[in-house]
Design a protein. Sequence first.
Length: 88
Amino acid sequence: MKFHLSYFSVFVLGMILPRVGAIDRSLAASCLLAQLPLGLLAFVAPPPWQDVLVYVRWGIYLSGFVLLARAGGRVVPAPLPNTAVQTT
């Protein structure tokens, strides 16, 4: 069950990632357009193709981690809202 949920969570991550630069767009595209179809194909493909699809999927995971590390270094957190309480 956790593998099925991980495909869904990677898909959701691809939807919520900001697409500011080329690295961000390629990371979101790999999450949206590659991981879910490859995961589904790895389950339904004939046995000779399953090994190839699993290796391709792991390669995309590895490149996604590298892209996420590169993209994560540039993220600037949003300022916190002013929540000062006025007393009288």
